[in-house]
Design a protein around this ligand. Structure first.
Ligand code: ADP
Length: 394
């Protein structure tokens, strides 16, 4: 059964028409470049975008660039051209200059021109056509690490003798962590970091909206269970202790879809998401490794959780049910069950390790109770491994 309708819309390079929770950042960028719309193509602007991987820096800047080009032309009759350069692939000034020339379809003589000369040709072209160029330098840290000071100065500073070259070109520097900026000379730093837009890691609610939007674009109707979105966004949400990375969240969604298709399921279910997560999540091995540091009763509690989940075929259990199971399992092992407060403490520890999730029940349950679930797929190997760890401690 095919449940993914548009696989390309799940690819990391795809830039959707809307980026939920980044609308403000696009507006901020528009504000930075607002003077260009007045037709003064000679106002060079520069802005630094800082954030961790997967916070939407690339997608947001690309979407901004495309929209801004359109609006400038359509609503203001001003020519703005946007070019996106990845400095991981093009990490020298020369390669950057070539890449910009290519994007503008400028024929560059093959005889050895310096980067500065190529920039001069680019500038003359822009001047002739009255175009303002916005260059996004993505993964700019790679350039900073490889380039020499002179090249860095050329790009980021307005030297008098080259200011004419620079004035038709604005820059958006995209850097992964702010420290690559702080490695720079104070004078350069102050110059480029005058405007800084930060991209914080996504919170769980935000990831949920991002995933939901992607599901609508890429999957067949009703092909993804809501629990899948909740699970992925809670796993990666920054406020829930995750890394806030939308790329990994989308990757998990995409893989969960493939697993569901392979298994012939018409719908992506929580279990598919958990399987996808355990493949993608590099921390999973760490979690398994950390089991060896747990003490006997923590392991018994975990084993009890697996047992009730297996028995009830549910994805979560109430704290009460889990505790009953724990008590009876402890007795099976001839161990005196620990008291309630201690069990709660164990639960907290297991949550910190990342092997379980807990949440408060909403309406519909008597009072409020804690619901406990496993953050890994229920898997026989994991179960055996836990048993083995228990046995060596008895
Ligand atoms: P960064 O450049 O910060 O590492 P990206 O822009 O490459 O992050 O985003 C990673 C992935 O997540 C891309 O596939 C991108 O389309 C998606 N993404 C990031 N933020 C959003 C958002 N707000 N809405 C929709 N998709 C997003």
């Amino acid at each position: 059964v095919l449940i993914i309708k548009h696989k390309d819309k799940l690819s990391p390079d795809y830039v959707p028409e809307n980026l939920p929770h980044r609308e403000e950042k696009i507006k901020e960028l528009g504000f930075v470049f607002r003077d260009l719309l007045a037709g003064d193509a000679k106002d060079s602007e520069r802005v630094v975008i800082v954030g961790r991987t997967g916070t939407g820096k690339t997608a947001t800047v690309r979407l901004f660039g495309k929209n801004f080009e359109d609006i400038a032309e359509r609503e203001y009759g001003v020519k703005v051209k946007y070019v996106h350069v990845n400095c991981y692939r093009h990490r020298t000034l020369y390669l950057i200059s070539q890449e910009i020339a290519n994007a503008l379809k400028l024929p560059i003589p093959s005889r050895g021109l310096s980067a500065q000369e190529v920039f001069k040709i680019i500038h003359e072209y822009l001047d002739r056509r009255n175009i303002h160029l916005i260059v996004a330098l993505d993964e700019f840290g790679h350039f900073l690490n490889t380039a020499n000071t002179e090249e860095i100065y050329f790009l980021v500073r307005l030297y008098d003798e080259i200011s004419a070259i620079i004035k038709r070109i604005s820059y958006i520097f995209i850097v992964n962590e702010s420290h690559s900026i702080y490695k720079l000379d104070r004078s350069i730093r102050d110059h480029i970091a005058r405007r800084l837009i930060e991209f914080p890691p996504y919170r769980s609610m935000e990831l949920y909206d991002i995933l939901k939007y992607r599901v609508d674009e890429a999957f067949n109707d009703n092909a993804v269970d809501d629990e899948v979105l909740q699970f992925i966004s809670n796993t990666y949400g920054y406020d829930k202790g995750g890394n806030g990375n939308a790329r990994i969240a989308i990757e998990t969604l995409s893989l969960a879809g493939e697993i569901a298709e392979k298994e012939g399921s018409p719908v992506v279910l929580l279990d598919h998401a958990k399987k996808a997560n355990s493949t993608i999540n590099p921390e999973i091995q760490e979690i398994v490794d950390s089991l060896s540091y747990l003490d006997l009763h923590q392991l018994i509690l975990l084993k009890a959780l697996i047992r009730v989940l297996n028995k009830s075929k549910a994805d979560e259990v109430t704290m009460g049910t889990l505790e009953e199971e724990y008590i009876s399992l402890a007795r099976e092992f001839n161990e005196e069950p620990r008291r309630h407060t201690q069990v709660y403490e164990y639960l907290r520890k297991l949550k910190v390790i990342g092997i379980i999730n807990t949440r408060q029940s909403g309406k519909g349950m008597r009072g409020r109770t804690t619901l406990v679930s496993l953050s890994l797929p229920l898997d026989k190997r994991l179960d055996d491994y836990i048993m083995q760890q228990i046995v060596v401690r008895l």
